[in-house]
Design a protein around this ligand. Sequence first.
Ligand code: GUN
Length: 300
Amino acid sequence: MAEAKRIDGKAAAARIIDIVTRETATLTTATGVVPGLAVVIVGEDPASQVYVGSKAKTAKACGFKSIKHELPAETGEAALLKRIADLNADPEVHGILVQLPLPKHIDETKVVQAIDPDKDVDGFHLINVGRLSTGASAKAFVPCTPAGSMILIREVLGDDLSGKSAVIVGRSNIVGKPMAQLLLAADATVTIAHSRTRDLASVCRGADILVAAVGRPEMLNGAYVKDGAVVIDVGINRVDAPEKGHDEDGMPKTRLVGDVNYADASEKAAAITPVPGGVGPMTIAMLMANTLRSACRAAD
Ligand code: GUN
């Protein structure tokens, strides 16, 4: 089999951000509304800091007002809930994103449910989860990573996914479950596999569309991939890369890898997303699209 097509998520994300930027300019000129995205981060988890930084930066580049709320790790649940209530009430804020995970002493579910569903641009609120899973998705905010993954899948396979067999490895609320809902809504035949699935490799080999969202570096290799499958790698794992040398403290340098062994899976797949440069940039692009949509609704 010829080597797989590399699905360029960075280029697809740039196209979406370009459209969002132009539509934002039109909205602002016509109505005076500037889309506002509030990004809340509690504590100093370095990976979360990086994600939040690039979300805020992209929002600014789109012409949004981006407000970063950096709260110390010891922030209490009540103080965080108060901050969310203030953002819910602020007419200049159209999207609220609380970066997860939160510190252990804060009840994540309670915090997410406190966000106004109509400002929940992450699509994590139960109202939006319900809208997506019942097909009332016209009003739903769809979680950004699965929404971006669907665009990449459609870039390869076109709009008609009817009857395709899709296997999602991972059952998280953020990725696995909403991904299943989107593929189901597109008439794919969907299997959600997870750590307890028996003979995972053979289940995965049944997939025309294989989505890996397990958070285990390079766990899936060519033995999990059917000839001609489309492979979407949602994993972002930082691993030691001593071959790149060491830092001044003698620690090995690191590199990012996905949940799929790219080189090995490429020998079987028809198309595959790389890490970095695949799904990651799409997540941010979809967050911008969701925020603009919320601002348009507010301007109506
Ligand atoms: N943590 C990891 N991914 C995400 C995401 O998409 N949104 C939020 N809020 N937190 C995350």
